[in-house]
Write a protein that binds this ligand. Structure first.
Ligand SMILES: [Zn+2]
Length: 252
């Protein structure tokens, strides 16, 4: 009885997780071990998506050194399907990590491109290396989103570290009307603080995150991303390692 109650509450609380977990029993087609597509998706669309997935993988490998994320990708074709698997109508992609380690990237064909896929893959890469608990406990939302922006060229398309920082600084200044509404990092550390607000607030939260992470990367270098995450996985706290790596680099 208890387990039935647990299963029922799991379905009620997290229906999208339920649908993702049981994708094998849906009408979605399994085209690879970790790729499922809507039954109505034409093969020409699938080819395009496959090319974008490859390109996104390459961006993750370039940023992280190598890619260890292995999320199950669920490619939807309608808003209805996307809502069922992602529990959101926003954007063209989302990533979902579970406490038991499985992870999913849900994509919507409408509006899909390499930037969207790489962005979600970056979230998944972090999740895979840290696990559910440490990602939630240790990683500020601004770092998670800022890092994902480094492989998502929708706002800033350069990979030159100094120029990238300057471009995010410009974007921030533009969204904040020349610095009239500034967000500090503490305010956007939690999921709620980051996403709960007007469209302008969320956009400023993204740009502030992009500016901070690109600033840090311009100082420490991209090779330090894997090291930072490794040390957190070993039990160190985010804030300590983040600051130590920067100070160490300044001393050198
Ligand atoms: Zn994101």
């Amino acid at each position: 009885m208890t387990s039935v109650a647990l299963v029922v509450s799991y379905y009620v609380l997290f229906p999208h997780l339920w649908y993702c977990q049981w994708i094998d029993y849906s009408d979605f087609k399994k085209v690879k071990s970790n790729l499922y597509i809507s039954p109505t998706t034409p093969s020409k669309h699938l080819q395009k998506v496959n090319i974008s997935i490859e390109e996104a993988h390459k961006r993750i490998g370039d940023l992280w050194g190598k890619s260890v994320g292995d999320a199950t990708v669920i490619l939807c074709e309608s808003t209805e399907q996307y809502h069922r698997y992602c529990n959101s109508d926003e954007g063209a992609g989302c990533s979902i990590g579970t406490p038991w380690g499985a992870s999913f990237i849900v994509l919507n064909l409408n509006g899909l491109n390499t930037d969207v896929i790489a962005h979600e893959m970056c979230h998944d890469e972090l999740f895979t290396r840290l696990g559910w608990w440490k990602t939630i406990r240790e990683i500020p939302q601004w770092f998670n989103e800022g890092l994902a922006l480094m492989v998502d060229y929708r706002f800033v398309a350069t990979s030159d570290s100094v120029q990238r920082y300057l471009d995010y600084k410009d974007e921030c200044s533009y969204v904040s009307n020349g610095g009239q509404t500034v967000l500090n990092l503490k305010e956007i550390s939690s999921f709620h603080g980051f996403f709960n607000g007007s469209e302008n607030h969320v956009m400023l939260a993204y740009m502030t995150s992009g500016m901070e992470v690109s600033r840090w990367l311009a100082v420490v270098g991209e090779k330090k991303i894997a090291l930072l995450v490794h040390q957190i996985a070993e039990g160190h706290h985010f804030q300590d390692v983040y600051q130590q790596l920067e100070q160490k680099n300044k001393r050198n």
